[in-house]
Design a protein around this ligand. Sequence first.
Ligand code: UD1
Length: 422
Amino acid sequence: MLILEKLIIDGGTRLCGEVKLQGAKNSVLPILAASILCDDECYIDNCPRLSDCNVSMRIIRHLGKSAYRDGGSVIIGNEEITKNDIPEDMMREMRSSITFLGAIIAKMGEAKISLPGGCELGPRPIDIHISALKQMGVDISENHGLIECKVRDKLRGAMIALPYPSVGATENIILAAVLAKGTTIISNAAKEPEIVDLTIFLRSCGAKIIGAGESTVIICGVESLSGAYHKVIPDRIEAISYMSAIAITGGTGEVIGVLPEHIMAVIPIFEESGCKLQSTDSGLSITAPERLGAVKYIRTMPYPAFPTDAQAIIMALMAQSMGTSVFVETVFSGRYKHIAELQRMGANIKAEDRVAVVSGVERLSGASVSATDLRGGAALVIAALGADGRSEISNIHYIDRGYENIEGKLKKLGACIARVNS
Ligand code: UD1
């Protein structure tokens, strides 16, 4: 039975203290998908307790491997996978399930999946994935939302020029190419740190990959992959979220584990708003001013530019800043759904198409709002922490897709927050 829960937040408390980051959601999900390629046991450390990780483990078990938790780690067994499909309910729950496609094809020679679900961020097509897999020798047909893939003769390496540096497509191609015959060269590949983390895991298992993190990635197919121990990198979007939570309350704190080089496009935004940042032995400290200044212009773009995943979060900050900030969302067309909810809290935001103009107000006011997607939900939590009075945030299953124990971590920083059954 689905238990509907809410977060109740009494805003206005200055947050202070330390917060420790979880492993990166966007890293662990493709790594779990990659584990089905391995002949031996895989031990994935720093695996966050997220509903999306649970869905990945269910998919792995459905395919025929064992997958279980051991504290902060997930262990994937050495069994052979025996199935080539992903049931529709699992595909619907999580868009990242598409990353299993390349891995299932590489292992089984065929795959059957339905179109993926996940957060509603506007149309999220998979044409780049499909076209790349076709170039690698896969016949693909699409009927009534079901995608059927079959390797014609042998999965083979190919020269693949991506029309856009899609993160998911780059991951899917890598997962298919590691066991394909010959060499695959991806140009205009995504450069996100999570792609690098995936390839570090695969290389520990014996894959031959060079260039991850750059725009050309070269993969030489191998016969088989062993298993490996791998520690997932810290979650850079979670880091930005807690930095924002501290900043909107005029607080001071330390984010433990953050790798500043992963958030280079966001650090200047905090500085422009008046926050003082200092790298420490274990992460980054942040001290916010009494009231944040506006930042002039934010344009989301593929890494290393400003991440689309941080857009809603920084917008919540700017909603309570001194001045006007302009946002341009270039990655996903439907990623402004949080604006209507922020407006319920008194935010002054005008949006048209891909542009949003945020005129900061002195103080947001607590309200009953509803999370519209994962990062939009996090933005509402941040707005509520800065707001005057009580907020009730519903639909928090979206937030649980990407944040482990968000209320516990915020409580430790001094926030008045509680999770209740609604
Ligand atoms: C995207 C983000 C990633 C973020 C993740 C979760 C970018 C470039 N990617 O990854 O950083 O962590 O969301 O929120 O910022 N597209 C197509 N056809 C395809 C695949 C993608 O048109 O086959 C388009 C998408 O509609 C979107 C853009 O390309 O407009 C980026 O998509 P992609 O990087 O694939 O998305 P995710 O892998 O979900």
